[in-house]
Design a protein around this ligand. Structure first.
Ligand code: ATR
Length: 279
């Protein structure tokens, strides 16, 4: 029941009504027995700093941030974590007590660590020492490459149809370099990650596979961050080739779990969060 003691968290974006975050977070609050509620909050482009001030004045306990506000909120918060500073974007705002005794709004990025967290949980193996190929060079690729660098991947190849963008992504991790996702590069990778919208329902190329299919092989782990459909053409091809796969819902749950922990100070009820979006 919602009462006077219920606390509010939410996601800001435009559009935001399609977001799965309310389903994931409300399931988590119920499972954890917390008197919290999570709402999708439409915030128009250009209104990110007003939304940060609303978080302050309304004492919203935590905000997730999605398009088009990820860069604008980074400029509007009181402080940034090192990850958010490196990326120049935030997907999660939380409160932190400053040494002065005042509460500050801190911007963080949980996308990359959400990816690493889900990978290691799902495959039961560390990313440390693995050769990873990341396809695409947008915001998702940036946060994944930055986190792979901290997770001690042995090498990170970044491949993009616009090589200039790949260069700026590769600059986020010492062990990263720009590569072409040709047959040799894909075959050599222990882990292949798609961060492009290729294969996404309603996207630019819903039937496409972003790497040469013949290069996929047993012993490889293939991750698609596209989560609609869950089984993208890439994941279907990877399964047929004998590779292990992880779908995009995992990273979504991973970043939400890390946000939950920052907001509430409790460990996230991961199973309940994953079940909330299991179809
Ligand atoms: P996000 O921030 O969600 O990661 P984005 O910034 O739009 O998304 O980035 C999408 C990535 O997918 C980009 O690397 C884009 O390539 P460009 O940098 O050349 O634009 C890539 N991408 C989009 N459509 C693609 C397609 N049809 N084939 C290959 N790559 C594509």
């Amino acid at each position: 029941m919602i009462t006077g003691t219920t606390r509010l968290a939410g996601v800001i974006g435009d559009p935001v009504r399609h977001s799965l975050s309310p389903v994931i977070h409300n399931a988590a609050f119920i499972e954890a027995g917390l008197d919290w509620v999570f709402l999708a909050l439409p915030v128009a482009s250009g209104q990110a700093s007003a939304a940060v001030e609303a978080m302050r004045s309304l004492r919203i306990e935590g905000l997730s941030v999605t398009m088009p506000h990820k860069a604008d909120v980074a400029a509007a918060v009181d402080d940034l974590t090192p990850e958010a500073k490196a990326l120049g974007v935030c997907n999660c705002l939380f409160w932190r007590r400053h040494s002065s005794g005042r509460d500050q709004i801190v911007g963080h990025s949980t996308d990359g660590d959400g990816f690493v967290w889900d990978f290691e949980r799902r495959f039961g193996c560390s990313l440390a020492g693995l050769d990873v190929l990341v396809v695409g060079a947008g915001g998702a690729a940036r946060s994944i490459v930055e986190a792979l660098g901290r997770a001690q991947a042995a090498s990170i190849g970044v491949s993009n149809r616009t090589p200039d963008r790949a260069r700026s992504v590769a600059a986020l991790a010492q062990q990263a370099e720009v590569v072409t996702n040709d047959r040799a590069a894909v075959e050599a990778a222990d882990v292949v990650v798609n961060t492009t919208p290729v294969g996404m329902r309603g996207g630019p190329d819903p039937d496409g596979v972003p790497v040469p299919v013949e290069a996929l092989r047993p012993g490889q782990r293939v991750v698609d961050i596209v989560y609609d459909p869950r089984q993208t053409p890439l994941l279907q091809a990877a399964t047929s080739a004998g590779a292990e796969t992880a779908d995009g819902v995992g990273m979504l749950v991973g970043q939400a779990a890390l946000a939950f922990e920052l907001w509430t100070g409790r460990s996230a009820p991961i199973e309940a969060m994953a079940n909330a979006v299991a179809t």
